[in-house]
Every structure is written in structure tokens, then in C-alpha cells.
Write a protein that binds this ligand. Structure first.
Ligand SMILES: NC(=O)c1ccc[n+]([C@@H]2O[C@H](COP(=O)([O-])OP(=O)(O)OC[C@H]3O[C@@H](n4cnc5c(N)ncnc54)[C@H](OP(=O)(O)O)[C@@H]3O)[C@@H](O)[C@H]2O)c1
Length: 301
């Protein structure tokens, strides 16, 4: 199948290009080749490439900066997905789009299901929600995959930051009262590849929103300890440089002790039942995904 993938220098875009490349004809475009803020370019490129499917992992993902750049976040996250959907519909293509746990306010105690009420707390969350709505309004075959806490061997992410800061600093204090599922870009791409086999694109009842994260949950503090513990095991085996901060010396703090411009949901856990039941696709546990990624991470800067 001919697939147009946006934002291929990002974490998920990069993983998709590599994972799907052996199975499909991929037209992989970075921001220079397709700027989602340029609606004319978006229309032109889709009409030129004429893919059977568009996958859109490109997004404005700087959650805190978005509070100061709402117009740009809106253009990329809210407007562009709707244009992609319109152009896909015009050429009879489908669309797979990524969204976020930050469409919820986090006040629910249990994991969120797809039908739960949304109430984003940030500019980023609101812009991503508007992107979902814009796609659904077009009514084409689509999957909106809400993921969370994305990291991987490629790109800027929390895992890389933890490893870098643990080498530089004596002490690390990490938030321990936000719950969610760290999700690796590799696990996302592998599961999208499985979805492409399972999705009957003409079956309209399969179109819609799906929660799409690694299984299980932890806090940022729990994730940090797991990253450092995994590093310590490998440091012994592969003679990697020791870190100053150890898994058992990380400090736990509250969100109130680490204020950020954008408010994050306390509970980001997303229930995976709909994805499992509809497509028979299940992402592995976050611990298993972390183990796989730690095997790939060679450099941490
Ligand atoms: N990262 C997370 O923790 C997280 C959590 C929940 C949901 N998600 C969602 O998952 C998807 C993938 O995220 P990710 O982690 O792969 O993000 P990422 O690593 O930040 O990559 C985003 C990509 O989008 C590109 N981009 C930004 N503005 C663009 C524009 N105007 N035109 C074209 N491309 C543009 C960036 O280009 P440059 O490389 O040039 O900057 C980057 O390559 C996104 O929809 C995101 O909202 C992410």
C-alpha cells in the first residue's frame, strides 16, 4: 500500500518509516518537505502523492511552549489534520492520526475509555482535541490513536533527559503523582503495522478514536527509577559510564513542587479494551517496551 507519512524526523514518524518500510511503499516527508502550517502545501502534496493512506504523526508537541504559541499549535494540531482528512477523502484515501492523553483532565480515578468526556487542561490538549474533531467531521475512513508519554532511542524525550541529567547532576527529583503509560515509539510503530493488517478500511464501524499506549501504568518517578535500573544492569554488562544518580537515590516530588506553564492531567491512564477487541492488537507492557529501547540507546545526549 502507498502510505504518506508526515513528520518523519519525529519519534513516531521515524519509527513508522523504519517499521513500515519493509511492508509498504512509504513516502516519508519531514517538515521541510511538508509544512503542516502551510495549508496550500498540504493540499498540493496529498494530490501529488495520491497515497492510499496518510499517517500523520507530525504535531506541535512542545506542551509548555504551546501556552505562549497557541496560534501555531492550533494551525498544526487543529487545522492541518482537518485539511489532511479533506484531501484524503477527495482521493479516496484513509487517515491514521495521533492524539493524546492530554485531551482529558485527569480527574477520573480509573483508566479512561474512548467515550469518557474530554476536558483538556492545556493549549496543547485543546489543539489536539480540535484536530480529532476536525477529522471526524470529514467522515472518511480514519483511526485516531490517542497515545501517551512517548519516548524512544530516536529523538528528544524523557528517557534521554533522565539519562543526561543523571550523568550531570548529583540529585534528581521527579514528579510522583501523575499516572500514565510510558509508550515507546518502537511499540507504536509495531502496533500500527499490525493494525494495517487488521483494519478493514471500508468498514466504517471501525473508524474512530482508539486508546493506544503500552500496557500498565506508573508515575514519572516510577518510570525514572525503571530507566536508571535498566541502565545500571547494562552498565555492568557493557562497561557503560556510571551515572551519579542511581535508581534508588531518585527523589519523589509532587506536581505542586514542580510547576510548569501547562497543566498536566493527574491521571493519564488510557484503557486499551476497544483496540484489543476491535483489532486483536495489544501493545506490550511499558516495562517490556523500555527493556527493548534500552537495548537500542547508545548515546544519551
Ligand atoms: N511525545 C509525547 O509524549 C506524546 C504524547 C501523547 C501524544 N503524542 C502525539 O503523538 C504524535 C507523535 O509524537 P512524537 O513524540 O513523535 O513527536 P515529536 O518527536 O515531537 O515529533 C513531531 C514531529 O512533527 C514535526 N512538525 C512540527 N511542526 C511541523 C509542521 N509545521 N509541519 C510538519 N511537521 C511538523 C516535527 O518536526 P521537526 O523535527 O522539524 O521539529 C517533528 O518531526 C503526535 O501527534 C503527538 O501529539 C505525543
Amino acid at each position: 500500500m502507498k502510505i504518506l507519512v508526515t513528520g518523519v524526523k519525529g519519534q513516531v514518524g521515524h519509527a513508522l518509516q523504519h517499521t513500515l518500510g519493509g511492508h509498504h511503499e512509504i513516502v516519508a516527508l519531514d517538515r521541510e518537505q511538508l509544512d503542516l502550517a502551510d495549508t496550500d502545501a498540504v493540499r498540493r502534496v496529498v494530490q501529488l502523492v495520491r497515497p492510499a493512506l496518510i499517517i500523520n504523526p507530525a504535531a506541535y508537541t512542545a506542551v509548555d511552549r504551546a501556552e505562549k504559541e497557541p496560534e501555531l499549535a492550533h494551525a498544526i494540531n487543529a487545522v492541518a489534520p482537518g485539511i489532511l482528512a479533506e484531501e484524503a477523502a477527495n482521493i479516496g484515501a484513509g487517515l491514521i492520526h495521533f492524539s493524546t492523553d492530554y485531551v482529558f483532565d485527569g480527574n477520573k480515578e480509573a483508566p479512561y475509555v474512548e467515550t469518557d468526556a474530554v476536558n483538556p487542561l492545556s493549549v496543547y490538549g485543546r489543539s489536539k482535541l480540535m484536530g480529532e474533531v476536525a477529522i471526524q467531521a470529514v467522515g472518511l475512513p480514519h483511526l485516531i490513536l490517542r497515545t501517551s508519554w512517548v519516548y524512544g532511542a530516536h529523538g528528544k524525550n524523557f528517557l534521554k533527559t533522565v539519562l543526561r541529567l543523571s550523568a550531570e547532576r548529583e540529585q534528581l527529583k521527579i514528579v510522583d503523582d501523575q499516572w500514565g503509560a510510558p509508550t515507546s515509539s518502537h511499540a507504536i510503530a509495531t502496533a500500527v503495522n499490525q493494525l494495517l493488517d487488521a483494519w478493514q478500511i471500508d468498514n466504517q464501524s471501525q473508524s474512530g478514536v482508539y486508546h493506544f499506549t503500552n500496557a500498565g501504568s506508573t508515575t514519572w518517578f516510577g518510570f525514572t527509577r525503571a530507566i536508571l535500573a535498566a541502565y545500571e544492569v547494562r552498565a555492568d554488562a557493557f562497561a557503560l559510564p556510571p551515572l551519579r544518580v542511581k535508581a534508588d537515590t531518585v527523589g519523589a516530588i509532587t506536581t505542586a513542587e514542580y510547576p510548569t506553564p501547562a497543566v498536566r492531567p493527574r491521571n493519564s491512564r488510557l484503557d486499551q479494551t476497544k483496540l484489543n477487541k476491535t483489532f486483536g492488537v495489544a501493545l506490550p507492557s511499558w516495562e517490556q517496551a523500555l527493556d527493548e529501547v534500552m537495548g537500542q540507546v547508545q548515546r544519551f545526549d
